[in-house]
Design a protein around this ligand. Structure first.
Ligand SMILES: Nc1ncnc2c1ncn2[C@@H]1O[C@H](COP(=O)(O)OP(=O)(O)OP(=O)(O)O)[C@@H](O)[C@H]1O
Ligand SMILES: [Mg+2]
Length: 510
């Protein structure tokens, strides 16, 4: 029996149809990657599986008595605990057993052997579940995801959104549920943690379904791909690369069959038109009947809107643009000290390295969002900054993209606002929908749109490819390549920048 079986699934938001009579099965040991363009309904599918969204129609059967662990695209968590307490709660059942065992041993002190036998049984169970190495286990996972560097005693309320998501992921991995459901887990991880996670997941015996636009990652961890396209969910066996090949072949095949059928239809119609009133009238009517009965293939929908990003620039010289000297960064204490580097005008630079705290702290310091702890950073006078922040956070989730852009640029007339949004891949329907209900990729495109509205000559971007689908990533890559100004980028996706970045500064290995 399958772990999960979904049949006849249909769902839409207003007139935005996501799936029509779709199906999906998850079997034991399957490692599924869920892919599709922004807004096709990947996160919604995961929410349907976890019963956060009720579909319009469909039957979903989970095998009974299995545990399911879920991490959403924007994670939330109880703030009052420390990281260690939270991670330990993954083993709640074992701690309860330990308590019970302790009580039994105490009672056995009176000489009653039966307590002792029961206590020994519990002890065996604890040993079987590696109870006595929980601390080591916690440390291994926390280290793999870069959490040890933050400190296990750190209260969760003092952690950033990305760090919290890591903690939730760590707990899920420790719990080892029968089925893991993860929505874009690489968005808040650095390169080295992604590679640790990929390694961990590829060795996992339990089943999982993971949404991701990071194909290098999917290629390492999945043996099935579920592609959401054209309102259906298609399952492919094999890796992501194999899926791409198969999908292209199937598509070409379909287009070939479709065009053959179209030719056939045209020829028949021509015959009918010519002969319906003549000598061969009977034959023509026969052909008409044939034509009516024919199962007609539908043309492939062309609803893909590839966004086009363009960053208007300002003049600059290729002299020193940014100087960083003996800089220490951090919140309560320095997480990194003595950072030194220079960037010249027009250089395209990627920052990599240093575990745990994330490079976002450095970028936030450089744009003046948080104060530096020591040392200096200085821009040349000609610099005008543009900043793309990692988090998707909005002052008011009920505002629509049109309102958000108009608030930021009151001089733009609505027609132009719509045009700018459309260029960035936001349809007119989505432009009028509250931002909180847009998909991750759609929100990221609105954010990108805001950045394309003010000319600058120095772009600072923190993981800009998060949430973006293949087409959008491709457009962003072209835009950055063509931008004559300076670019300072933090990205975990080497494939995104390796063709155009001129310099990689590894903050750890200076
Ligand atoms: N509560 C809602 N009300 C209205 N529309 C919604 C709501 N939730 C999602 N949508 C729309 O449904 C579509 C699918 O959303 P979903 O978040 O599932 O996309 P996704 O495939 O996960 O995209 P991404 O790759 O950008 O994360 C989107 O176009 C989104 O705007
Ligand atoms: Mg999503």
């Amino acid at each position: 029996m399958s772990l999960l079986e979904i049949n006849g699934l249909s769902h839409s938001f207003g007139d935005n149809l996501l799936y029509k009579n779709a199906e999906l099965t998850l079997n034991k040991g399957e490692h599924i990657g869920i892919v599709g363009q922004n807004g096709t309904g990947k996160s919604t599918l995961i929410k349907i599986c976890t019963e956060q969204v009720m579909p319009d129609a469909g039957r979903m059967i989970w095998q009974s008595n299995i545990s399911v662990g879920y991490l959403g695209q924007y994670a939330e968590i109880d703030h009052s605990l420390t990281m260690k307490e939270f991670l330990k709660s993954a083993f709640l059942r074992l701690y309860e057993i330990e308590k019970e065992m302790g009580a039994l041993y105490e009672m056995a002190a009176n000489g009653d052997m039966s307590y002792l036998v029961r206590a020994a049984k519990l002890q065996e169970e604890l040993e079987r579940h590696d109870f006595y190495s929980i601390d080591t286990h916690i440390e291994q996972v926390a280290n793999g995801l870069g959490l040890l560097a933050i400190g296990l005693t750190r209260p969760i309320e003092q952690m950033s959104g990305g760090q919290r998501a890591k903690v939730i992921l760590a707990k899920l991995l420790l719990e080892k549920p029968d089925v893991l459901l993860l929505d874009e887990p690489t968005n808040f991880l650095d390169k080295e943690h992604i590679s640790w996670l990929a390694d961990y997941l590829s060795r996992l015996e339990n089943a999982f379904m993971i949404v991701s636009h990071d194909f290098a990652f999917l290629d390492k961890i999945t043996n099935r791909i579920c592609d959401i396209d054209n309102n259906t969910i298609t399952k492919y066996y094999g890796t992501y690369s194999e899926f791409l090949k198969k999908k292209t072949l199937l598509r070409e095949d379909y287009i070939r069959q479709y065009s053959t059928q179209q030719k056939e239809i045209k020829k028949t119609e021509e015959f009918i038109r010519k002969n319906i009133a003549g000598r061969k009238s009977k034959m023509a009517r026969g052909r008409q009947k044939q034509l009516d009965r024919m199962e007609k293939m539908e043309a492939l929908a062309q609803k893909e809107i590839k966004p086009y990003f363009y960053f208007p620039d300002l003049p600059l010289t290729n002299t020193e643009h940014l100087t960083v000297k003996h800089l220490s960064i951090g919140y309560h204490y320095p997480v990194l000290s003595d950072i030194d580097f220079n960037i010249n005008g027009g250089q395209k630079v990627v920052i990599t390295g240093f575990n745990g705290i994330g490079k976002s702290t450095l970028l936030k310091t450089l744009v003046g969002q948080i104060p530096s702890m020591q040392g200096i950073y200085k821009y040349s006078e000609q610099v005008t900054l543009g900043y793309f922040e990692q988090d998707l956070s909005w002052l008011d989730e009920t505002r629509t993209p049109i309102q958000i852009v108009s608030d930021a640029y009151p001089n733009l007339v609505i027609k132009d606002v719509r045009k700018k949004l459309a260029r960035c891949g936001i349809s007119s329907k989505h432009a009028m929908q509250s931002i909180g209900t847009l998909s991750g990729g759609e929100q990221a495109k609105v954010k990108m749109c805001l950045l394309t509205l003010t000319p600058c000559n120095f772009l600072i971007m923190d993981e800009p490819t998060n949430h973006l689908d293949v087409q959008a990533k491709d457009s962003l890559k072209t835009a950055l390549m063509e931008f004559p100004g300076t670019v300072l980028l933090v990205s975990h996706e080497e494939a995104f920048y390796q063709d155009w970045a001129q310099r990689v500064i590894d903050i750890e290995k200076r």
